[in-house]
Design a protein around this ligand. Sequence first.
Ligand code: PLP
Length: 380
Amino acid sequence: MRFETRAIHDGQNPDQATGAVVVPVYQSSTYQQQAVGQHKGYEYSRTGNPTRQALEVALASLEEAKFGLAFASGVAATTAVFSLFKKGDHIIAGDDMYGGTYRLLEQVFKKWGLGVSYADVDKLQSFEKAVTNKTKLIWIETPTNPLLKIINIEKVAKIAHKKNALLVVDNTFASPYFQKPLPLGADIVVHSTTKYIAGHSDIIGGAIVVNDEKLYNDLKFYQNSAGAVPGPWDCWLALRGIKTLAVRMRAHEENAIYLAGYLSKHAKVSNVYYPGLKSGKNYALAREQMKGFSGMFSFELKGGRAAVRRLFANLKIFSLAESLGGVESLISYPAGMTHASMPEEERLKRGITDSLVRVSVGIENRIDLKQALAAALALV
Ligand SMILES: *Cc1c(COP(=O)(O)O)cnc(C)c1O
């Protein structure tokens, strides 16, 4: 079956006991056993819960994978992946990535003896150069944050596999509707389901999706042992979000194309970073490995910090907030928010200037969004 149908039905059969067409919230920590060790598949909700199970099947289905695992947050899912390794193992990560992943590597896993190096996401050779005989994992995010660069998944997978290392793709920005890294050669897909998958800015959640059974068993062992599982209510909300993922993603993309196009011609804007702009350097590769361009873009405003401050002070509809992927439009300032803790020199080297603004385009009416931007830009 096709994406839209699977999103609504996979893992979500009507409830056997009652016929309820929606998977119930099984708000129970434990399960009655008929005799010691005799039960209906569930013993304790850290190990397994029927609402979570439904979500895990649905997540695997979205990525056309065999196995899904749900976590309490995207960062908890990321932690589970890094925990597969031991002291002395080496990880390579792309240098344009989610700040929380960087923090986890630098401030948590390095302490435990994991070696970490960073590759320039603009140069495939830099991944190749970073490989050592201890390299066990390459971690990339594509499109990247906040500059929306596109990394060639197939080519990085080849670099990883040549050394028997795993490739992980954080697929949060694209969502499985627009990009499926596993068929392109990735071994593990990670999501912050907080973003597009749940899609309504109302939960924190994470996911891992894999095809390999051994990898699944190792990660499932970790999930149960470390215990960062989502509660049944959050799983239910994520499942509810998944049902409309396809229609939401189409609407996010349509609005993003419209607004990125508008801003790219605006006199007060110097650059727009959106993989869906035909003039951009990422367009061809995005067309090749993605089904669409998603709903995130960033742009540079002429006039630096002062201009950005005036824009934010006068902008209606768009909320100034971190996070992304919800139905409401959000705007944020990487230099002062997500990347504020990065030394200025490092930040500028990565292209995150004082003029850069990031937008998570919601699914409001696009004319209203354009008029809000136009009105605020007139006052910059
Ligand atoms: C938000 C985010 C994460 C972390 O997820 P949480 O749900 O906030 O823990 C990881 N990767 C990307 C790309 C994100 O946007």
